[in-house]
Design a protein around this ligand. Structure first.
Ligand SMILES: Cc1cc2nc3c(=O)[nH]c(=O)nc-3n(C[C@H](O)[C@H](O)[C@H](O)COP(=O)(O)OP(=O)(O)OC[C@H]3O[C@@H](n4cnc5c(N)ncnc54)[C@H](O)[C@@H]3O)c2cc1C
Length: 356
């Protein structure tokens, strides 16, 4: 089977210019570098997966959202403008290449050797049209409550756009411009997540080549976690037990079940979920690996800059030191009482109790 670099090079044999979107993860960079090495014509990368180009936003790895935010905000208005549409002579959809036959997607997926123990989900239909409809319903029905209610997993007022953003089926610029058409009290909070937090994740994977390893963490977090490595654990679970939602904690199990059943876990529960994997694993570095492996296996939006940054956040990345405590050291702690205090977590737990 051809690698993406080989396939693109073959398709571009007669091209005078190849244009692609820019990717920031190691594998995406390697594909593009492979194409650039093989092509006889120029290769242009367009930064369509971010609103503010990564190096324009900042020339270095940022410490946190607080340090990136003013840099993004300073230049955001220059990039929050609609793109001028141009008609091309030859549409790329008209290109002929030997790929899968669309008539049998099951067979095509099987030929890739993909992990078939992760089952299909029925609620999430792919495609740009679905993404646009989902965005329209979010803006119309939920965005006004987003600022106040987005953290509550029982209310479901988030956009659910992350898989579509991940697979490039909708662009963050388009999402932001559509959202800005509504004079909504939730707009600022939404732009903060969609642009500042999302592009902080891109900044992280772009400048920190160890983004998928425990060693990507700031020194204070690594040292503090190591110092508390031998602290007694109330519970210890294997990766398999985590994966099968077999912990003592019904809220954690509900979050894991939500992810397995739908390919999506609510954002607030992802934080709690990652923190507890740290708390109930024998070693912090092993916990980091487990969290990343489960996230990237089960989330439809997994294997994304956001996932690497999200997991790393649970271990201290983009955060500050907190008062020292067992196991977590100076890394921020979360507990179930916070969930009970803030949300109707019982309703959330009940909704996922019997799901596999
Ligand atoms: C442990 C952990 C793992 C995570 N794994 C992933 C992952 O694999 N893929 C992924 O896309 N996101 C991940 N996130 C970030 C965040 O939880 C999801 O982006 C969000 O929950 C997606 O739901 P939504 O589209 O309804 O978001 P909304 O709240 O509607 O936000 C709109 C968009 O803003 C971006 N966004 C929202 N919250 C964040 C955030 N905290 N950091 C960065 N961008 C954000 C996303 O692109 C999202 O689609 C993770 C967070 C944590 C703590």
């Amino acid at each position: 089977m051809e690698t993406p670099s080989e396939g693109v090079t073959r398709m571009a044999q007669n091209a005078s210019l190849v244009v692609t979107d820019r990717g920031y993860l190691g594998v995406q960079r390697a594909w593009r570098a492979g194409v650039a090495d093989r092509l006889d014509c120029p290769l242009v990368q367009v930064e369509s997966d971010v609103v503010v180009p990564v190096a324009e936003a900042s020339p270095r790895e940022e410490y946190s959202a607080a340090t990136l935010r003013p840099k993004i905000r300073k230049t955001l208005a220059n990039y929050l403008v609609p793109l001028a549409a141009r008609n091309v002579k030859h549409d790329s959809l008209g290109l002929r290449f030997s790929a899968w036959k669309g008539s049998d997607p099951g067979k095509a997926v099987a030929s890739l050797g993909a992990d078939s123990s992760v089952w299909p989900v029925s609620h999430c239909i792919g495609g740009a049209g679905t993404a646009e409809r989902l965005l329209a319903s979010f803006i119309e029905e939920r965005m006004d409550r987003y600022g106040v209610n987005r953290s509550d997993p029982s209310l479901g007022c988030v956009s659910r756009l992350s898989p579509y953003l991940h697979f490039g089926q909708i662009s963050p610029l388009f999402v932001a411009l559509e959202a800005m058409k509504r004079n909504s009290p939730g707009l600022d909070a939404f732009i903060e997540e969609l642009v500042v937090r999302r592009e902080l994740a891109v900044n992280f994977v772009y400048y920190n080549r160890r983004y998928d390893d425990f060693s990507c963490l700031p020194e204070w977090a690594r040292e503090s976690l190591k110092k508390h490595e031998r602290d007694g654990r109330y519970s210890l679970y294997t990766r398999e037990e985590f994966e099968n939602a077999q912990t003592h904690d019904p809220y954690w199990n509900a979050a894991q079940r939500e992810m397995r059943a739908t390919g999506h876990m609510h954002g607030y529960m992802r934080m709690y979920w990652g923190k507890k994997i740290l708390e109930w694993s024998a070693h912090p570095a092993g916990a980091f690996e487990t969290a990343l492996a489960l996230n990237n296996r089960w989330e439809l939006d997994g294997r994304d800059a956001n996932g690497f940054a999200g997991v790393a956040w649970c271990f201290g990345k983009h955060d500050r030191p907190w008062p020292e405590r067992a196991i977590f050291g100076k890394v921020r702690y979360m507990n179930e009482r916070g969930l009970e205090r803030k949300f109707d977590i019982e309703a959330y737990e009940k909704a996922w109790r019997d799901k596999t």
